[in-house]
Design a binder for this molecule. Structure first.
Ligand code: UTP
Length: 226
């Protein structure tokens, strides 16, 4: 079964690499590799945000800011590659063509960002379409999708299941809000998984038991969109 894992950059690199998390995630992927073909898309984390702010401070364009952030996503993918050893493809895929070409190699495919202007959520959704993945598992700091921001709204509740149209609706509401109030999965990515009907699981990345359950399609305490 082909599975795309989208790993939030702040799990991999919240300022400095989280070696413990990276090693445990690598161990889990190696353990499950016999049954699943994994393609892992890594986010940029704190280094990407810092680089973006340096570029802006120096008057660089948003395009350049995205280019620098993409390099940070690839650096994070290299950290995971180091921990996966021989079980990973020997280079980070820089395009969808490279990633889709490597997916039947029996090795774990690693990718970061691809082109400026999008996010690794969108990369994960496009890659899942490209390889015909059975599901996407999204690992972040949040343990699922809530009806509203639980930090601000006491009545917010976690959804254990959602339809694609509910997800797109919720992501659209967030997309109209101010910068800095990001939704868990960006709107383009939500529309892509919706158009292709790709089952997507949202789990807390630090809880690797939950991650394993999501990979295996078992029940977990996060959110399933299908
Ligand atoms: P992400 O925003 O996807 O990484 O990419 P992340 O660290 O997981 O994000 P958080 O933790 O949810 O905030 C980081 C940045 O890299 C650039 C964008 O600037 C994006 O904000 N990027 C990423 C691209 O320009 N193109 C891509 O294909 C991917």
């Amino acid at each position: 079964m082909k599975i795309v894992l989208s790993v939030g950059g702040s799990l991999l690199n919240p300022g400095r690499p989280d070696f413990d998390f990276i090693e445990k995630l690598a161990l889990l992927l190696r353990k499950l590799q016999a049954k699943h073909q994994f393609a892992v898309v890594c986010g940029g984390g704190v280094p990407a945000r810092e680089q973006v702010s340096h570029i802006r401070k120096l008057g660089g364009s948003e395009f350049l800011a995205d280019e620098t952030a993409i390099l940070c996503t690839r650096m994070n993918a290299l950290l995971l590659m180091a921990s996966l050893g021989d079980d990973a493809c020997p280079s980070v895929a820089e395009s969808f063509r490279e990633a889709t070409g490597a997916v039947n190699s029996g090795k774990i495919v690693l990718m970061g960002g691809t082109i400026p202007g999008i996010t690794t959520d969108t990369d994960a959704a496009l890659l899942a379409e490209g390889i015909g993945a059975s599901r996407i598992v999204n690992l972040s700091n949040v343990n699922g999708i809530y009806t509203a921001d639980p930090r601000k709204d006491k009545s917010a509740r976690k959804m254990s299941r959602m339809s694609f149209s509910q997800l797109v609706e919720l992501a659209s509401q967030h997309d109209q809000r101010k910068a800095g109030t990001r939704f868990i999965f960006d709107l383009i990515a939500c529309k892509l998984i919706s158009r292709s009907g790709i089952e997507t699981h949202f789990v807390c990345g630090k809880n690797l038991d939950e991650v394993q359950r999501a990979i295996e399609g078992k029940t977990h305490s996060g959110t399933v969109v299908k």
